[in-house]
Ligand binder design. Structure first.
Ligand SMILES: [Zn+2]
Ligand SMILES: [Zn+2]
Length: 405
């Protein structure tokens, strides 16, 4: 924060004031050819894009919500021209995160519409700006929850881009460079982002399976990494949905002894297949968690709804660690203070992960075959899929085929 001046001179976009004001004024932080090497070859021969993508807005089509009903409909809109530090990515798949639903329905504060959600995005680089060396046209690329920010700031290096006041989140965030005034997400045919906020998708993972790693994967990987998970550690994962099932698989792959807590009885058999030691169906929180009193080294909770933290914290050893990653309506969770005091856990909440961790989790999952369970759907099935996510029917991530936008 002491390098504000140098940052603003280095930045390629001019959104810093608006985004800083926005973050100060709002609780909403919960929320994306041709060969490089010569200015004359910044677009590909035969590409559907010509050199005009660098000077004119780029046409895009996607699915947007138009009000707090959250009903999504096809929408044509424009992206900003591909700037010197930008990449244009033709989206191949975008997956559905519970956050998309919360934000577009206004659960996290009022929104500007039309708004295109989606922050688990994969595709192929279709154009690059002249300063971009990280990507070339034809590369496989992914975008998660952030699309721009002070990539040169030391604050980002120290703490992660997601905790920087200059960061632009992938959709619904004030962004002067966007023709619509806000960032527009990945339920769309293409996206333009600052190259720092795109990661490489290696060849040894499919696009469909890589998409959920960009939010759900890194959101669970980051706190597990920071806990310094060791082989044999006893780890609890509460809420086995899109985030939770990846938390389970990641913890199992690191050699942890995992206990899964779910409120959905018919998920038990599926969860056992992920290599957990125990699956606990929670109908009475105090009883179910009381049976595990003081046993776990670490608990990660993905509930996207309000609940009593203390009930779940009871399962963690004194001075163990408890991380909240699910984000409820209004961002609030409850805690019985006496219950929390009696279990004496170190409680924290964690917001996604930084760009380094995002690349790391994609590589780790590809190399170790830690893959999300997915169902590929077409764009016209999104509204039904959102209902199924809320009804806890997803198994476990819906991935939209971007060819159907
Ligand atoms: Zn998400
Ligand atoms: Zn920063």
């Amino acid at each position: 924060m002491n390098n504000q001046d140098s940052k603003s001179t280095k930045r390629s976009t001019d959104h810093d004031n608006s985004s800083r004001e926005f973050i100060q004024n709002s609780a909403l932080v919960g929320s994306g050819l041709m060969m490089a090497g010569g200015a004359s070859s910044m677009f590909a021969a035969g590409s559907k894009y010509g050199p005009e993508v660098h000077t004119q807005n780029v046409p895009s089509r996607g699915y947007a919500a138009f009000d707090t009903s959250g009903v999504l409909k096809p929408w044509k809109f424009e992206r900003r021209p591909v700037g010197d530090n930008d990449v244009l990515i033709d989206v191949k798949f975008a997956s559905i995160c519970h956050s998309d639903i919360h934000q577009l329905k206004g659960h996290w504060g009022s929104q500007q519409y039309p708004q295109v959600p989606g922050h688990e995005i994969v595709g192929i680089v279709a154009a690059v700006g002249k300063n971009v060396t990280k990507f070339k046209v034809g590369d496989r690329a992914g975008v998660g929850c952030m699309v721009d920010g002070c990539k040169n700031g030391t604050c980002c290096e120290e703490h992660g881009e997601q905790y920087c006041p200059d960061t632009v989140f992938t959709y619904g965030y004030p962004q002067e460079s966007s023709p619509t005034g806000i960032s527009q997400g990945g339920y769309s045919s293409n996206i333009v982002v600052n190259d720092h906020f795109a990661v490489h998708i290696p060849e040894n993972i499919s696009f469909e399976e890589a998409a959920p790693l960009l939010c759900a994967g890194v959101t669970t990987y980051s706190p597990l990494l920071k806990f310094d998970l060791k082989k044999g550690d006893k780890v609890g994962v509460a809420g086995i949905g899109g985030l939770g099932h990846l938390a389970v698989k990641l913890a199992v792959s690191k050699g942890a002894e995992v206990t899964a807590f779910t409120t959905t009885a018919d998920k038990v058999d599926g969860i056992k297949g992920f290599g957990v030691k125990n699956v606990v169906v929670v109908d009475d929180e105090l009883k179910a968690l009381g049976d595990y009193r003081g046993q776990l080294d670490y608990m990660i909770n993905t509930f996207p709804v309000d609940y009593d933290v203390a009930a779940y914290a009871a399962a963690v050893k004194p001075f163990g660690t408890y991380t909240q990653v699910g984000m409820p309506e209004g961002f609030s969770v409850s805690a019985n203070a006496l219950g929390l005091a009696a279990s004496r856990v170190n409680f924290n909440a964690s917001l996604i992960g930084d760009m380094k961790e995002t690349q790391e989790v994609v590589n780790y999952c590809a190399d170790n075959k830690v893959l999300p369970e997915i169902q590929v759907i077409s764009a016209e099935q999104i509204n039904q899929a959102w209902e199924d996510v809320v009804a806890k029917k997803a198994r476990y991530r819906y991935v939209i085929d971007a060819a159907t936008f």
